[in-house]
Design a protein around this ligand. Sequence first.
Ligand code: HMG
Ligand code: NDP
Length: 412
Amino acid sequence: MNKKFYQMTLKERLDHLNLSADSRAILEQTALDAVVANNLIENQISEFEIPLGLAQNFVINDKKILIPMATEEPSVIAAASNGARMAQSFVAEISQRLMRGQIVFYDVKNLSVLTEKIATHHDAIFKKAQEAYPSIVKRGGGLRHIDSRFFDSGFLSIDFQIDVKDAMGANIVNAILEGVSALFYEWFPDEKILFSILSNYATESLVTVTCEIPVERLSKTGDGLAVAKKIERASQFAKLDAYRAATHNKGIMNGIEAVVIATGNDSRAVNAAVHAYAARSGTYQGLGDWSVSADKLFGTLTLPLAVASVGGGTKVLEKAKVALEIMQITDAQSLAKTIAAVGLAQNLAALRALVSEGIQKGHMSLQARSLALSVGASGDEVSALTQLLRQEKKMNQALAASLLKKLREKKK
Ligand SMILES: CC(C)(COP(=O)([O-])OP(=O)([O-])OC[C@H]1O[C@@H](n2cnc3c(N)ncnc32)[C@H](O)[C@@H]1OP(=O)([O-])[O-])[C@@H](O)C(=O)NCCC(=O)NCCSC(=O)C[C@@](C)(O)CC(=O)[O-]
Ligand SMILES: NC(=O)C1=CN([C@@H]2O[C@H](COP(=O)(O)OP(=O)(O)OC[C@H]3O[C@@H](n4cnc5c(N)ncnc54)[C@H](OP(=O)(O)O)[C@@H]3O)[C@@H](O)[C@H]2O)C=CC1
C-alpha cells in the first residue's frame, strides 16, 4: 500500500517530489535538529531561513537592550534602530495580562436559566477550571473572571479571563474551556454548545509604550518642528482612511512581527489581535498617536500583545532561545513591552521618512542590496552592483540586470 505523504521519511518525501538535483540540494540544506523539524510541523520537507539581525539604540524603561529581529525586508532593522536613536528612550507599561476564552452556546432556549446558573455557581466553575489545568494554578495563574455576552440570532458567549503567566496560553485556555464545557453539558442538557476556544483578541493583554522626542532630533537640516507637525498630521490621517491605516499599521508590524518571529512566538495570533484592535471602533484605524507640544513630539502606542517567553516555539527553536538570551528576557511581560517599543520606533522612522525625504531614499538605498541579489549577483558583485544602483535616480530589476551584465563584461 502506498504511504501517505505524512507517513514518509524525509528522504522518501524528497524522492516523491522528483526535483532537479540542484533544487533537492537546496532543500537538503538544513540547520534545525531533524527530530525537532519533523515533529514541530507536519509533512516537513526542509526549513525556510530568513535573516536574523539586531536592532540597536533601544532603551526601554531605563534598560539598554539589543533586539533580535527576523525579517526578509531590507531597511526594517535600520529603521527600527533609527527610530530608537531618535526617541532615545521608551516607557512601556502593562496593567494586566489575561487571556480570554469563549464557550459559545447557539440557539439558546432559556437565556435567563443559563446565565443565572453560571453567575451563581462560579465556585464550581473555578474548581472545574483548576482541575482542568492544575499546573498553571501552581504557577500562580488560572481562571480570574467569568462574563457573558448575548448576541442576536440566539448566540451566547461565556467569556473566561485566564492568567496564563508567561505562556501565550492557547493550549492552557483551550484545556480549561474544554473542562468547563463538560460541566456545562451536565448542567444544561437542553442547550447546545457550538465550540470552546481561546480568543486572539487579547484586550486584557494591552501594552502601552510612550516616548517624547525633542524636535531637533527629527531633522539634520533644522526643520525638526515642521517634521514633527507633519508626523502628527500623518498619524491623524491614519485614523481617517483605512487605505492609509493598513499601510501605517503594516509599518508598525514590520518591527513587531520580526521580533515575534525571532522569539518563536505565534505571529498569526499577534497579527490577528493587533488588526482586530485597530478596528475596535468599528472602523479600521492606524494605531498609535503622535502629537506636538512646544518643542517636543510625543508618541504613544497601545496594542494587544499576547506573546510568551515559554511554550509554543519559544523553547523548542534553539535560535528563539538565544534571541531571548540576547535580550536578557525571561518573562512574557518584558517581551511584550520590548515588542511594543519596536512597533513605536518603527512607526516613527517610517513616518519621519514619509513626511520628509520620502520612503524611497532610505528604503531603496538598502533595498539595492536585495535587488542585486535578486538578479543573480554573487560574491563581490553584490557590493559593486549595489554601489552602481545607488547612483541611479530610480532602480528596478531591469536596470539591475543590465548593470550586472555590464559589470561582468567589464571584468572579462
Ligand atoms: C533607512 C534609514 C534608517 C536611513 O536613514 P538615514 O537618515 O539616511 O541614515 P543615517 O545614516 O542618518 O542613519 C540613521 C540611523 O539609522 C540606522 N541605520 C542607517 N543605515 C543603516 C544600516 N545600513 N544598517 C543598520 N542601521 C542603519 C542607524 O541606527 C543610524 O544611526 P547611527 O547608529 O549611525 O547613529 C531611514 O531612511 C529610515 O528610517 N527609513 C524608514 C524605512 C522604513 O520604514 N522601512 C520599512 C520598509 S517601508 C514599509 O514597509 C512601510 C511603510 C514605510 O510604508 C509604512 C508607512 O507607510 O507608515
Ligand atoms: N488561536 C490560537 O492562537 C491558537 C494557538 N495555538 C498554539 O498554542 C501554542 C501556545 O499555547 P500555550 O498554551 O501558550 O503553550 P504550551 O501548550 O506550550 O503551554 C505552555 C506550557 O509552558 C509551561 N510553563 C513553564 N513555565 C511557565 C510559566 N512561567 N508560565 C506559564 N507556563 C509555563 C506550562 O507547563 P506546566 O505548567 O504544565 O509545567 C505550560 O503548559 C502556540 O504554539 C500557538 O501557536 C494553538 C491553538 C490555537
